[in-house]
Ligand binder design. Structure first.
Ligand code: XMP
Length: 510
């Protein structure tokens, strides 16, 4: 196995995922873990993650320096590369010209972690600092115009650093770099497989649940569906799946979800109509975090109602959620130095209810969840549905939510998705949706002046939602979508297409 020391990165788990994809067990540990704990795991290698801190700041995170003396290979990434350089006697400085995003890097050596790569590679940078002088005993292995020490390696020991991120998909041969580290440097074995993961989850659920009944909140998305199928397979009709209609759902969503669960022969599937409550609570609220909190708390209340009324026949002590890894990492839960981006509403659900929480998918990424779903024979069409956030359309209406804005957005979004499917573009996109921007601009329709809202179309390519690129949509399709929305949706006279990557933008607007 390989240890990933988390120095506060949004990507620490992505690194671990990439390692697992390559067939090697990876475990994430906090950066300040003791050397004894590391040794107890007998790792084949150690990866130092990136992180938002600067080694030039006091108190920025550092692992124990003993890790460089263990004769275990170490690979430092981004901030991890800078920390390694500084701790071993090199120098790090803030660079005036910061490098962010895609860059071309020149590789000076094509052995070690760069084995089999070309002399110029497209890679992805995301840090303002850089290593200005190397520690003794190290050589430079990669550089860019702005960053002469973009990569280094020790002349004799297995210590490597790279300023860029091999774990994100924008680094074209990032997987090759990680694979070189794992198999050529660390001599790790391929022995971690996703197929055994499913059985391990079912076995551990069986052991934990015995004859207990379980309540599961389903959203209609891939995650809760796979969680439901895993639980259904484990405990059958002792699973009570509950779907809350918040009034923040897409067009025809409740109907579609009901059909899916019917087809899957779930006996205990309940739909709770709570549109009015949610809309009342959200009235006049425009702050994104407040919206998310209100929705999270209202969920709790509605669930309490569900438990009291329809489920009082069964003693239910377990509450299951389809939370997946990216839902957790962006809530700043795992590491001390990760900065808070958004609170994902599904995490605020549990504690108050006094339930034991089970999250069968909590360590998995979206593509792993889909693979498990496939092995459970769930229909491909559902597994490849784009993700939909817990707070629903509330985070896709910028500012205040009103019934009028909801219905405008619902219609525009339905047209958008319908055209994407018709144009055979839907399956090429990781996530697509419409957003309502409550800004009015002037237009002309027929011979009359209009003064109406804007719709922004978002479509992103991604592997797991941690980073994303805008989808290069065919212009004719965009035109068709825009024409239909402006023609068919009352209240909209302008359509925009969003071409921002994540980072710096997030996928959702709030
Ligand atoms: P962001 O906007 O953070 O979104 O770039 C990343 C992915 O997460 C989804 N998302 C959520 N999913 N509950 C969820 O279950 C939430 O509160 C939530 N917020 C964002 C988003 O749709 C995208 O796929």
């Amino acid at each position: 196995m390989v240890i990933v020391l988390n120095l506060g990165s949004q990507f620490a788990h992505l690194i671990a995922r990439r390692v697992r994809d390559l067939g090697v067990k990876a475990e994430i540990l906090p950066f300040d873990v003791s050397v004894n704990r590391i040794l107890a795991l007998n790792p084949a290698g150690i990866i130092l993650s990136g992180g938002p801190a600067s080694v030039t700041e006091r108190g920025s995170p550092r692992p124990t320096s003993k890790i460089f003396e263990l004769a275990i290979p170490v690979l430092g990434l981004c901030y991890g590369h800078q920390v390694m350089a500084e701790m071993l006697g090199g120098k790090v400085k803030a660079n005036e010209k910061r490098e962010f995003g895609k860059e071309i890097v020149n590789l000076r050596s094509r052995d070690g972690i760069f084995r089999g790569l070309r002399d110029k590679e497209i890679v992805w940078f995301s840090h303002g600092d850089q290593v200005v002088s190397l520690p003794k005993g190290f050589k430079r292995t990669a550089s860019t115009n702005e960053c002469p020490n973009a990569g280094f390696a020790h002349k004799d020991k297995s210590l490597y650093g790279i300023q860029f991120h091999p774990e994100v998909s924008h680094t074209i041969h990032g997987t090759k770099i990680l694979s070189n580290f794992l198999f050529h440097i660390c001599k790790a074995k391929h022995d971690w497989r996703i197929s055994s993961l499913k059985n391990a989850i079912i076995q551990s659920l069986r052991k934990q649940l015995g004859r207990e009944h379980v309540l599961l909140g389903v959203s209609g998305g891939v995650d809760s569906l796979v969680a439901a199928a895993l639980l259904h397979r484990t405990i059958g009709n002792k699973l009570h799946a509950v779907f809350i209609d918040t009034g923040l759902l897409r067009k025809n969503e409740t109907r579609d979800v009901r059909d899916v669960f019917r087809k899957q022969r779930f006996k205990n599937f309940h739909i709770v109509k709570a549109q009015k409550t949610f809309l009342q609570r959200l009235e006049g609220v425009s702050n994104p975090e407040r919206k998310r909190k209100i929705i999270g708390h209202t969920f709790i209340e509605v669930f309490e109602g569900v438990i009291k009324k329809s489920l009082k026949k069964h003693l239910i002590r377990y509450f299951a959620q389809g939370t997946i890894y990216p839902d957790r990492i962006e809530s700043a839960e795992p590491a001390k130095h990760v900065s808070k981006i958004k609170s994902h509403h599904n995490l605020t659900l549990p504690e108050k209810l006094g339930f034991t929480i089970i999250e069968p998918l909590k360590d998995l990424y979206k593509d792993e969840v889909r693979k498990i779903g496939k092995s459970l024979n769930l229909p491909k069409k559902l597994l490849w549905r784009h993700p939909f956030p817990g707070p629903g359309l509330a985070v896709r209406i910028v500012g205040k939510i009103t019934s009028e804005r909801l219905s405008i957005l619902r219609e525009a979004d339905a047209i958008y998705l319908e055209e994407l499917r018709r144009g055979e573009e839907y399956d090429k996109i990781w996530q697509a949706f419409a957003v309502l921007l409550p800004l009015k601009t002037v237009g002309v329709m027929g011979d009359a002046r209009t003064y109406e809202y804007m719709i922004s179309l978002r479509a992103v390519d991604s592997v797991d939602g941690m980073t994303a690129d805008w989808h290069k949509m065919p212009a004719e399709l965009l035109e068709q979508i825009s024409n239909r929305i402006v023609r068919e949706v009352r209240g909209v006279n302008r359509v925009l297409y969003d071409i921002t990557q994540k980072p710096p933008a997030t996928i959702e607007y709030e």
